[in-house]
Design a protein around this ligand. Structure first.
Ligand code: KG4
Ligand code: ZN
Length: 327
């Protein structure tokens, strides 16, 4: 089995995955509530909590898989992109675990993990496919021809889609994380009540920062505007931007299968919209869409491991990576 560790943002994660892509355990210790009072992730707090949690989460993942460290033949770890202090905890911990048993180690690009999350069993998608990853930290469209690599076709030039949800929610006086709150409130509103800008910075690129400014001005000019109508219209603008690019990419690239991932894949309007595209769509269960270590161990199946002791000099990188993307 492959032991995966992921600590790139605010979730401390460990998982065991078989070489065939079956998940034996997938433990996620979310720090969400700790950061909620600050309205966003505080990097220094995140790394301190990773440090406190990583050993217990790893032990829990082994126990739930009915395994011991001796049952792992490889260790996989996210080495970027992400918060540098947070990443360092996972990388150091993975190096120590691997070195203690002279196991090989696979450094994994976090985004490659998201892209291959839908390749885990029991319902794995086969390349070639298009993948939309939309989370609080990233939003991009990738073409996947081989599980080892991906090509970014378009990406956000400013805010990520989840960030747009979170910032919009804050302006609307909703809680953090904002995506689920906007999703809930939007169900009671009229998505055509307001028009928000749908900027098109490039054929397959995204831009979401103008959207929150537009909401800010709307609230300033119309303080009594119906919050549910605003939430519904704001959400419609984000979802339309995502789905329009997905449609264009499927056509341009001649692809027939689509996978979506990242926390925003939980959005009910987005799920409905992609289901109506007439393409076969893979939406992994939510715990595989949001940050998790099963996707990291899963991606490691397709990569070349570093033998002991070569990886002892491995560093984390906030920006990454150059290892797997063919961008
Ligand atoms: O993948 P994720 O858990 O963490 C990273 O950012 O890596 O994604 C979290 C993001 C947050 O911005 C959150 O607001 C958004 O996903 N999100 C949603 C929904 N659930 C979570 N956005 C829209 N609708 C949802 N139902
Ligand atoms: Zn992520």
């Amino acid at each position: 089995m492959i032991l995966g560790i992921e600590t790139s943002c605010d979730d401390t994660c460990a998982a065991l995955v078989t070489p065939g892509g079956e998940i034996r355990s997938n433990v996620i210790a979310s720090q969400g509530l700790l950061h909620a009072r600050y309205g966003g992730v505080v990097p220094e707090i995140a790394s301190r909590h990773h440090l406190e949690l990583v050993n217990a989460v790893t032990a829990d993942a082994l126990e739930r898989a009915g395994a011991r460290l001796a049952d792992a033949h490889t260790v996989a770890v996210t080495h970027g992109p992400g918060l540098i202090g947070a990443l360092l905890v996972g990388v150091s911990s993975a190096k120590a675990l691997a070195a203690s048993r002279r196991l090989p180690l696979v450094p994994v690009d976090h985004l490659h993990g998201h892209v291959t999350a839908s390749m885990l069993e029991p319902h794995s998608i086969r390349p070639p496919f298009l993948c939309l990853v939309a989370s609080g930290g990233h939003t991009f469209l990738a073409r996947v021809d081989h599980p080892r690599e991906y090509t970014v076709l378009g990406q956000t030039l400013d805010d990520a889609a989840g960030e747009a949800f979170d910032k919009g929610a804050r302006l609307l006086g909703l809680g953090y994380p904002g995506g689920p709150e906007v999703d809930r409130l939007a169900r009671e509103g009229d998505p055509d009540a307001y028009h928000f800008p749908r900027s098109a910075p490039g054929e397959l690129d995204f831009s979401f920062s103008g959207l929150k400014t537009s909401l800010l001005y709307r609230l300033r000019d119309e303080p009594d505007a119906d919050r549910a109508d605003l939430a519904a219209s704001y959400q419609r603008a984000i979802v339309t931007a995502l789905v329009d690019r997905v449609k264009a990419a499927l056509e341009r690239e001649g692809l027939e299968r689509l996978a979506i991932g990242g926390g925003v894949a939980a959005n009910s309007e987005l799920r409905e919209a992609v289901a109506g595209l007439g393409t076969t769509v893979w939406v992994p269960p939510l715990e595989l869409c949001t940050d998790n270590a099963a996707m990291i161990a899963g991606a490691a199946r397709f990569l070349e491991p570093l033998p002991y002791p070569d990886y002892l000099a491995l560093d984390a990188s906030a920006r990454l990576t150059g290892r797997s993307p063919t961008q």
